[in-house]
Design a protein around this ligand. Structure first.
Ligand SMILES: [Zn+2]
Length: 102
């Protein structure tokens, strides 16, 4: 039923979420994914990132969703192993075992 709400109400709700919450919300279903990856929510992601104290600004070569995912989704992109380092070339967290496959 939440998806039946007007978009401006959803945007208001999203504006209270952290970057990690936004990522998780975008993974809940295709509709949230479509909404939260649309250009119209870019300011919501930007505000969520700005609310994180001490966080450097989003690099110019990344968008806010990519930056949020790299920082706050702490599993390997390939295998799901926890807390591999960020590989800034691939803009993902990748463990040593999965790196050759990338
Ligand atoms: Zn891995």
């Amino acid at each position: 039923m939440i998806l039946e709400m007007p978009l401006d109400v959803l945007y208001e709700i999203f504006s209270f979420l952290t970057p990690r919450d936004l990522i998780r919300m975008s993974w809940t279903n295709k509709d949230f994914r479509r909404i939260l990856t649309s250009r119209s929510t870019r300011n919501i992601w930007k505000a969520a990132l700005e609310s994180v104290e001490g966080l450097p600004p989003c690099p110019l070569h990344m968008n806010e969703i990519e930056y949020s995912t790299v920082l706050f989704h702490v599993a390997c992109y390939g295998c799901g192993r926890a807390r591999p380092p960020v590989n800034w070339y691939f803009r993902r967290r990748i463990c040593k075992r999965c790196l050759p496959d990338q």
